[in-house]
Design a binder for this molecule. Structure first.
Ligand SMILES: NC(=O)c1ccc[n+]([C@@H]2O[C@H](COP(=O)([O-])OP(=O)(O)OC[C@H]3O[C@@H](n4cnc5c(N)ncnc54)[C@H](O)[C@@H]3O)[C@@H](O)[C@H]2O)c1
Length: 248
């Protein structure tokens, strides 16, 4: 692991969507840098073996999220990685696709951050949301609901940075390009059915990536650990693109 240190010793970190992909890599990296990590996911079965405390948590459930957060006197780092990609332009987006996108991607951020902030106010800390370059930064084909929801996550993150600036509570949004994860592989398979071949589907994604490849969850985790640490103590309200050159 490049750049690993123990910058987060003594910190308490809560992570959502920690079972796989970017959330998993982020949670593992926070633990590797010394944090005590409380890892949550809808699929608690996939958290078996995680080096920290694990729990099942549906981040779209406002009451459940508040009940979960009530166990903490103090949270230093909050990584909110829950998100859902519906693939479609606006004509293909049914009301239920739109609502599901908003619920999983944006409402979850409201629930989780609202419940965590009272536990972060006394000592300050770092909130990290996983947004996307698909959103307010750039428009992408077939990402109408997703882009709208992720733009909302960025707006919420910036508002939180403004509200809590004076008490040392930072909030930043990480915006990945395309990253190899279980749900990305499922999207490739879905598109392959529509396009007739896996090669064509992979090419659709690679055409969006100037670097000529997709990223790894670990490449996003490095940014997460940096933002969680005091090395980023003067950084708040920012949108950090980790995208293999999409936004050059
Ligand atoms: N993979 C990419 O290309 C990419 C690019 C940009 C942004 N992102 C964002 O990164 C984040 C992680 O995506 P990924 O592709 O790395 O992982 P993934 O989509 O493969 O896994 C996501 C995890 O979230 C969990 N989850 C889903 N709904 C949940 C809920 N309601 N409550 C709690 N957990 C829930 C799932 O069980 C799963 O473990 C998402 O917010 C996604 O939008 C991903």
């Amino acid at each position: 692991m490049v750049g690993e240190g123990m910058r987060l010793q003594g910190k308490i970190a809560v992570v959502t969507a920690a079972a796989q992909g970017i959330g998993r890599a982020g949670a593992e990296r926070l633990a590797a840098e010394g944090a005590t990590v409380f890892a949550t996911d809808l699929r608690a079965d996939l958290l078996d073996g995680f080096p920290g405390k694990v729990a099942a948590l549906d981040a779209t459930d406002h009451a459940a999220v508040h009940a979960y957060m009530a166990q903490f006197d103090r949270i230093d780092v909050l990584l909110h990685a829950v998100g859902y990609v519906f693939q479609g332009d606006i004509e293909e987006t049914r009301p239920e696709d739109w609502r599901r996108s908003m619920s999983i991607t944006l409402d979850s951020a409201y629930n989780v951050i609202q419940a965590a902030v009272p536990r972060m106010k006394a000592n300050g800390g770092s909130i990290i949301t996983i947004a996307s370059v698909a959103g307010s930064t750039k428009g992408f084909a077939k990402r109408a609901a997703y882009g709208a929801a992720k733009a909302g996550v960025i707006g919420l993150t910036k508002a939180i940075a403004a509200d809590y600036l004076k008490i040392g509570l930072r909030a930043n949004a990480v915006c990945p390009g395309t990253v190899d994860s279980p749900s990305w592989r499922a999207r490739v398979a879905e598109l392959a059915e529509q396009m007739g071949s896996e090669e064509a589907a992979l090419q659709f994604f690679l055409d969006r990536q100037p670097a000529g490849r997709v990223g790894t969850p670990e490449e996003i985790a490095g940014m997460i650990a940096f933002l969680a640490s005091d090395d980023a103590g003067f950084i708040t309200g920012q949108v950090l693109n980790v995208d293999g050159g999409i936004t050059i």
